[in-house]
Design a binder for this molecule. Structure first.
Ligand code: AMP
Ligand code: MG
Length: 342
Protein backbone atom coordinates (compact mmCIF):
# COMPACT_ATOMS: atom_id res chain seq x y z
CA UNK A 1 0.00 0.00 0.00
CA UNK A 2 1.29 3.35 -0.92
CA UNK A 3 0.96 6.09 1.68
CA UNK A 4 1.03 9.56 0.24
CA UNK A 5 3.32 12.02 2.07
CA UNK A 6 0.49 14.54 2.09
CA UNK A 7 -1.70 12.18 4.12
CA UNK A 8 1.13 11.54 6.57
CA UNK A 9 1.72 15.24 6.95
CA UNK A 10 -2.00 15.88 7.49
CA UNK A 11 -2.19 13.13 10.15
CA UNK A 12 0.84 14.54 11.92
CA UNK A 13 -0.67 18.01 11.93
CA UNK A 14 -3.90 16.58 13.35
CA UNK A 15 -2.06 14.71 16.10
CA UNK A 16 -0.16 17.92 16.83
CA UNK A 17 -3.34 19.97 17.06
CA UNK A 18 -5.02 17.44 19.35
CA UNK A 19 -1.93 17.30 21.59
CA UNK A 20 -1.81 21.10 21.74
CA UNK A 21 -5.50 21.21 22.65
CA UNK A 22 -5.06 18.64 25.42
CA UNK A 23 -2.10 20.63 26.73
CA UNK A 24 -4.12 23.86 26.56
CA UNK A 25 -7.06 22.33 28.43
CA UNK A 26 -4.71 20.83 31.03
CA UNK A 27 -3.11 24.23 31.53
CA UNK A 28 -6.53 25.89 31.82
CA UNK A 29 -7.54 23.41 34.54
CA UNK A 30 -4.27 23.81 36.38
CA UNK A 31 -4.35 25.07 39.96
CA UNK A 32 -1.68 26.36 42.29
CA UNK A 33 -1.92 26.60 46.08
CA UNK A 34 0.58 28.19 48.46
CA UNK A 35 0.41 28.42 52.24
CA UNK A 36 2.38 30.89 54.26
CA UNK A 37 2.55 32.50 57.66
CA UNK A 38 2.38 36.29 57.50
CA UNK A 39 0.72 39.15 59.41
CA UNK A 40 0.65 36.89 62.44
CA UNK A 41 -1.64 34.40 60.77
CA UNK A 42 -1.81 31.34 58.53
CA UNK A 43 -2.70 32.16 54.91
CA UNK A 44 -3.58 30.09 51.87
CA UNK A 45 -3.78 31.29 48.28
CA UNK A 46 -5.28 29.12 45.52
CA UNK A 47 -5.54 30.21 41.89
CA UNK A 48 -6.78 28.37 38.81
CA UNK A 49 -5.68 28.66 35.20
CA UNK A 50 -2.61 28.58 33.01
CA UNK A 51 -1.00 31.52 34.76
CA UNK A 52 -1.77 30.36 38.29
CA UNK A 53 1.80 29.56 39.29
CA UNK A 54 3.14 33.00 38.38
CA UNK A 55 0.09 34.71 39.88
CA UNK A 56 0.42 32.91 43.21
CA UNK A 57 4.14 33.63 43.34
CA UNK A 58 3.45 37.34 42.78
CA UNK A 59 0.70 37.20 45.42
CA UNK A 60 3.06 35.75 48.02
CA UNK A 61 5.68 38.41 47.21
CA UNK A 62 3.04 41.11 47.67
CA UNK A 63 1.85 39.70 51.01
CA UNK A 64 5.43 39.57 52.28
CA UNK A 65 6.09 43.11 51.05
CA UNK A 66 2.99 44.48 52.79
CA UNK A 67 3.72 42.54 55.98
CA UNK A 68 7.22 44.06 56.17
CA UNK A 69 5.85 47.53 55.40
CA UNK A 70 2.79 47.70 57.65
CA UNK A 71 3.35 45.41 60.61
CA UNK A 72 3.72 47.03 64.05
CA UNK A 73 5.31 43.74 65.10
CA UNK A 74 8.35 44.30 62.92
CA UNK A 75 11.01 46.67 64.23
CA UNK A 76 11.88 48.04 60.79
CA UNK A 77 8.41 48.52 59.29
CA UNK A 78 7.31 51.89 57.99
CA UNK A 79 4.61 52.07 60.65
CA UNK A 80 6.99 51.17 63.50
CA UNK A 81 9.37 53.89 62.27
CA UNK A 82 6.53 56.40 62.06
CA UNK A 83 5.38 55.54 65.59
CA UNK A 84 8.95 56.00 66.82
CA UNK A 85 10.05 59.07 64.88
CA UNK A 86 6.62 60.77 64.90
CA UNK A 87 7.01 61.90 61.33
CA UNK A 88 7.48 60.15 57.99
CA UNK A 89 6.87 60.47 54.29
CA UNK A 90 4.85 57.30 53.79
CA UNK A 91 4.44 54.81 50.93
CA UNK A 92 1.41 54.75 48.61
CA UNK A 93 0.10 51.76 50.58
CA UNK A 94 0.27 53.46 53.98
CA UNK A 95 -1.10 56.69 52.51
CA UNK A 96 -4.08 54.78 51.07
CA UNK A 97 -4.69 52.94 54.36
CA UNK A 98 -4.43 56.17 56.31
CA UNK A 99 -7.04 57.78 54.07
CA UNK A 100 -9.41 54.79 54.29
CA UNK A 101 -8.90 54.54 58.07
CA UNK A 102 -9.71 58.23 58.53
CA UNK A 103 -12.88 57.82 56.43
CA UNK A 104 -13.93 54.87 58.57
CA UNK A 105 -13.11 56.69 61.78
CA UNK A 106 -15.42 59.51 60.70
CA UNK A 107 -18.24 57.38 59.34
CA UNK A 108 -18.28 54.99 62.34
CA UNK A 109 -18.28 57.78 64.91
CA UNK A 110 -14.83 56.75 66.15
CA UNK A 111 -15.58 53.00 66.60
CA UNK A 112 -12.74 52.33 64.15
CA UNK A 113 -9.67 54.20 65.32
CA UNK A 114 -6.10 53.31 64.31
CA UNK A 115 -4.72 55.42 67.17
CA UNK A 116 -5.87 52.61 69.50
CA UNK A 117 -2.30 51.24 69.46
CA UNK A 118 -1.05 52.57 72.83
CA UNK A 119 -4.07 50.87 74.44
CA UNK A 120 -3.41 47.62 72.53
CA UNK A 121 0.13 47.70 73.90
CA UNK A 122 -0.99 48.27 77.48
CA UNK A 123 -3.16 45.11 77.31
CA UNK A 124 -0.16 43.23 75.91
CA UNK A 125 -1.88 42.51 72.59
CA UNK A 126 1.10 43.96 70.73
CA UNK A 127 3.24 41.14 72.12
CA UNK A 128 2.62 37.93 74.03
CA UNK A 129 2.63 39.08 77.65
CA UNK A 130 -0.95 39.90 78.44
CA UNK A 131 -2.06 42.03 81.38
CA UNK A 132 -5.12 43.93 82.58
CA UNK A 133 -4.35 47.66 82.78
CA UNK A 134 -5.89 49.73 85.58
CA UNK A 135 -8.76 52.11 84.80
CA UNK A 136 -6.44 54.97 85.65
CA UNK A 137 -3.85 53.82 83.13
CA UNK A 138 -6.52 53.42 80.42
CA UNK A 139 -7.94 56.84 81.19
CA UNK A 140 -4.51 58.40 80.71
CA UNK A 141 -3.91 56.49 77.44
CA UNK A 142 -7.32 57.39 76.02
CA UNK A 143 -6.16 61.02 75.74
CA UNK A 144 -4.01 59.82 72.84
CA UNK A 145 -6.68 57.70 71.15
CA UNK A 146 -8.10 60.17 68.69
CA UNK A 147 -7.54 60.02 64.94
CA UNK A 148 -8.09 63.77 64.62
CA UNK A 149 -4.60 64.14 66.14
CA UNK A 150 -3.00 62.60 63.03
CA UNK A 151 -1.67 65.34 60.75
CA UNK A 152 -1.47 64.13 57.17
CA UNK A 153 -0.57 66.06 54.05
CA UNK A 154 -2.07 64.22 51.08
CA UNK A 155 0.17 66.02 48.59
CA UNK A 156 3.55 65.28 50.19
CA UNK A 157 2.36 62.08 51.95
CA UNK A 158 3.86 63.42 55.15
CA UNK A 159 2.41 62.17 58.41
CA UNK A 160 3.04 63.82 61.76
CA UNK A 161 1.94 62.29 65.06
CA UNK A 162 1.91 64.01 68.46
CA UNK A 163 4.44 62.61 70.94
CA UNK A 164 2.21 59.97 72.56
CA UNK A 165 0.11 59.01 69.54
CA UNK A 166 0.81 55.71 67.76
CA UNK A 167 -1.08 53.97 64.96
CA UNK A 168 -1.81 50.36 64.01
CA UNK A 169 -3.41 49.07 60.81
CA UNK A 170 -4.14 45.66 62.43
CA UNK A 171 -7.89 46.09 61.94
CA UNK A 172 -7.69 46.80 58.22
CA UNK A 173 -4.35 45.57 56.79
CA UNK A 174 -5.39 41.99 56.01
CA UNK A 175 -8.41 43.17 54.04
CA UNK A 176 -6.24 45.63 52.12
CA UNK A 177 -3.77 42.84 51.43
CA UNK A 178 -6.50 40.58 50.05
CA UNK A 179 -7.74 43.46 47.89
CA UNK A 180 -4.21 43.97 46.53
CA UNK A 181 -3.81 40.25 45.87
CA UNK A 182 -7.15 40.26 43.99
CA UNK A 183 -5.75 43.02 41.77
CA UNK A 184 -2.66 40.92 41.13
CA UNK A 185 -4.89 37.98 40.14
CA UNK A 186 -6.61 40.24 37.63
CA UNK A 187 -3.27 41.43 36.25
CA UNK A 188 -2.38 37.77 35.65
CA UNK A 189 -5.77 37.15 33.97
CA UNK A 190 -6.84 34.72 36.69
CA UNK A 191 -10.59 34.11 36.52
CA UNK A 192 -10.84 31.99 39.63
CA UNK A 193 -9.01 32.29 42.95
CA UNK A 194 -9.60 32.04 46.67
CA UNK A 195 -7.49 33.97 49.14
CA UNK A 196 -7.76 32.94 52.76
CA UNK A 197 -5.86 35.30 55.03
CA UNK A 198 -6.40 33.80 58.46
CA UNK A 199 -10.13 33.35 58.02
CA UNK A 200 -10.51 36.60 56.09
CA UNK A 201 -11.54 35.34 52.69
CA UNK A 202 -11.56 37.10 49.34
CA UNK A 203 -12.82 35.35 46.22
CA UNK A 204 -11.86 36.20 42.65
CA UNK A 205 -14.50 35.24 40.07
CA UNK A 206 -16.31 31.97 40.62
CA UNK A 207 -15.03 28.47 41.28
CA UNK A 208 -13.21 27.01 38.27
CA UNK A 209 -16.36 25.07 37.27
CA UNK A 210 -18.36 28.31 37.18
CA UNK A 211 -20.30 27.67 40.40
CA UNK A 212 -20.30 30.11 43.33
CA UNK A 213 -17.74 29.91 46.11
CA UNK A 214 -19.21 28.65 49.38
CA UNK A 215 -17.59 30.37 52.31
CA UNK A 216 -18.26 29.08 55.82
CA UNK A 217 -18.43 31.51 58.74
CA UNK A 218 -16.56 30.14 61.72
CA UNK A 219 -18.46 29.49 64.90
CA UNK A 220 -17.14 31.49 67.89
CA UNK A 221 -17.14 28.28 69.96
CA UNK A 222 -17.59 24.53 69.56
CA UNK A 223 -21.38 24.59 69.82
CA UNK A 224 -21.79 24.35 66.03
CA UNK A 225 -19.31 23.58 63.26
CA UNK A 226 -20.00 26.99 61.69
CA UNK A 227 -22.57 29.79 61.82
CA UNK A 228 -23.55 29.49 58.19
CA UNK A 229 -22.33 29.40 54.61
CA UNK A 230 -22.39 32.28 52.13
CA UNK A 231 -22.35 31.68 48.36
CA UNK A 232 -20.45 34.43 46.59
CA UNK A 233 -18.47 35.48 43.56
CA UNK A 234 -15.89 38.28 43.44
CA UNK A 235 -16.41 39.20 47.09
CA UNK A 236 -14.55 39.57 50.34
CA UNK A 237 -16.06 37.72 53.31
CA UNK A 238 -14.31 39.03 56.41
CA UNK A 239 -15.06 38.18 60.03
CA UNK A 240 -14.10 39.78 63.32
CA UNK A 241 -14.58 38.00 66.60
CA UNK A 242 -13.25 38.35 70.10
CA UNK A 243 -12.56 34.59 70.02
CA UNK A 244 -9.73 35.14 67.51
CA UNK A 245 -7.27 36.53 70.04
CA UNK A 246 -7.83 36.72 73.79
CA UNK A 247 -6.51 35.83 77.20
CA UNK A 248 -8.17 34.84 80.44
CA UNK A 249 -7.45 36.24 83.87
CA UNK A 250 -9.38 35.40 87.05
CA UNK A 251 -12.07 33.73 84.96
CA UNK A 252 -12.63 36.79 82.76
CA UNK A 253 -11.93 36.75 79.05
CA UNK A 254 -10.26 39.80 77.53
CA UNK A 255 -10.13 40.00 73.74
CA UNK A 256 -8.32 42.13 71.18
CA UNK A 257 -11.07 44.32 69.70
CA UNK A 258 -11.00 47.45 71.77
CA UNK A 259 -13.76 49.97 72.29
CA UNK A 260 -12.05 53.38 71.82
CA UNK A 261 -14.62 54.92 74.20
CA UNK A 262 -13.26 53.13 77.27
CA UNK A 263 -10.07 51.37 76.13
CA UNK A 264 -11.53 47.96 77.05
CA UNK A 265 -12.40 44.88 74.97
CA UNK A 266 -15.67 45.79 73.23
CA UNK A 267 -18.63 44.30 75.07
CA UNK A 268 -21.58 45.57 73.18
CA UNK A 269 -23.35 42.26 72.71
CA UNK A 270 -21.78 40.93 69.50
CA UNK A 271 -19.52 37.88 69.36
CA UNK A 272 -18.96 37.69 65.61
CA UNK A 273 -19.37 40.13 62.73
CA UNK A 274 -18.96 39.13 59.09
CA UNK A 275 -18.90 41.72 56.31
CA UNK A 276 -19.53 40.79 52.68
CA UNK A 277 -18.62 43.24 49.90
CA UNK A 278 -16.29 43.59 46.94
CA UNK A 279 -13.83 45.87 48.69
CA UNK A 280 -11.64 43.85 51.08
CA UNK A 281 -10.28 46.97 52.78
CA UNK A 282 -13.77 48.17 53.62
CA UNK A 283 -14.90 44.71 54.72
CA UNK A 284 -12.00 44.41 57.17
CA UNK A 285 -12.37 47.91 58.63
CA UNK A 286 -16.11 47.48 59.02
CA UNK A 287 -15.93 44.03 60.61
CA UNK A 288 -13.86 45.55 63.42
CA UNK A 289 -15.97 48.73 63.65
CA UNK A 290 -19.37 47.02 63.70
CA UNK A 291 -18.12 44.59 66.35
CA UNK A 292 -17.27 47.60 68.52
CA UNK A 293 -20.61 49.32 67.81
CA UNK A 294 -22.85 46.45 68.91
CA UNK A 295 -25.96 45.12 67.19
CA UNK A 296 -28.28 48.14 67.19
CA UNK A 297 -25.70 50.69 66.03
CA UNK A 298 -24.30 48.17 63.52
CA UNK A 299 -27.75 47.76 61.97
CA UNK A 300 -28.31 51.52 61.92
CA UNK A 301 -24.94 51.90 60.17
CA UNK A 302 -25.84 49.19 57.64
CA UNK A 303 -29.14 50.94 56.86
CA UNK A 304 -27.25 54.14 56.04
CA UNK A 305 -24.68 52.28 53.88
CA UNK A 306 -26.67 49.33 52.55
CA UNK A 307 -25.40 49.74 49.01
CA UNK A 308 -21.82 49.30 50.16
CA UNK A 309 -21.93 46.00 52.08
CA UNK A 310 -23.90 43.21 53.74
CA UNK A 311 -23.35 41.71 57.16
CA UNK A 312 -23.94 38.67 59.35
CA UNK A 313 -24.07 39.48 63.05
CA UNK A 314 -24.06 36.89 65.84
CA UNK A 315 -24.89 38.14 69.33
CA UNK A 316 -24.27 36.87 72.84
CA UNK A 317 -27.86 35.60 73.16
CA UNK A 318 -27.26 33.24 70.22
CA UNK A 319 -29.28 35.30 67.73
CA UNK A 320 -28.10 35.53 64.14
CA UNK A 321 -28.91 38.60 62.01
CA UNK A 322 -28.39 38.66 58.25
CA UNK A 323 -28.85 41.80 56.15
CA UNK A 324 -31.26 41.51 53.26
CA UNK A 325 -28.71 41.60 50.43
CA UNK A 326 -27.60 38.11 51.55
CA UNK A 327 -31.08 36.61 51.44
CA UNK A 328 -30.83 33.62 49.14
CA UNK A 329 -27.05 33.41 49.36
CA UNK A 330 -26.79 32.75 53.12
CA UNK A 331 -27.61 29.31 54.46
CA UNK A 332 -27.59 28.11 58.04
CA UNK A 333 -28.96 25.35 60.21
CA UNK A 334 -29.45 27.99 62.89
CA UNK A 335 -32.43 30.24 63.06
CA UNK A 336 -31.74 33.70 61.74
CA UNK A 337 -33.48 36.99 61.18
CA UNK A 338 -33.27 38.90 57.92
CA UNK A 339 -32.60 42.59 58.57
CA UNK A 340 -34.24 44.88 56.04
CA UNK A 341 -34.25 48.60 55.61
CA UNK A 342 -37.59 49.16 57.33
P1 AMP B 1 -9.93 42.43 63.22
O1 AMP B 1 -9.53 41.03 63.47
O2 AMP B 1 -9.96 42.83 61.79
O3 AMP B 1 -11.20 42.80 63.90
O4 AMP B 1 -8.80 43.37 63.83
C1 AMP B 1 -8.45 43.37 65.16
C2 AMP B 1 -7.22 44.20 65.29
O5 AMP B 1 -7.53 45.56 64.99
C3 AMP B 1 -6.62 44.23 66.66
O6 AMP B 1 -5.72 43.18 66.86
C4 AMP B 1 -5.94 45.59 66.67
O7 AMP B 1 -4.70 45.52 65.99
C5 AMP B 1 -6.87 46.44 65.86
N1 AMP B 1 -7.95 47.11 66.63
C6 AMP B 1 -8.51 46.75 67.81
N2 AMP B 1 -9.52 47.58 68.15
C7 AMP B 1 -9.59 48.49 67.15
C8 AMP B 1 -10.44 49.62 66.90
N3 AMP B 1 -11.41 49.98 67.74
N4 AMP B 1 -10.23 50.32 65.76
C9 AMP B 1 -9.25 49.98 64.89
N5 AMP B 1 -8.44 48.94 65.05
C10 AMP B 1 -8.61 48.20 66.16
MG1 MG C 1 -11.05 44.15 60.67
Amino acid sequence: MKIGWKKVAASLVLVGVVAAMVCFLQEENKSTTRSLFAMDTYMEITAYGRNSENAVEAAVDEIERLDALLSTGSAASEITMLNQNKTAVVSEDSAYLLRRSMELWKSTGGAFDITIYPVMKSWGFAGDTFRVPTDQELKRLLDFVDSSQIAYDEETKTVVLPEQVEIDFGGIAKGYTSARVSQIMEEYHIKSAKLNLGGNVQTVGTKADGSLWRIAIKSPDDTFPYLGVISVEDKAVITSGGYERYFEENGIIYHHIIDPKNGKPAQNGLVSVTIVCEDGTLADGLSTALYVMGKDDAITYWKAHKNEFDAVLFDDTGMLYVTEGLEGSFMSELEYEIVSEN
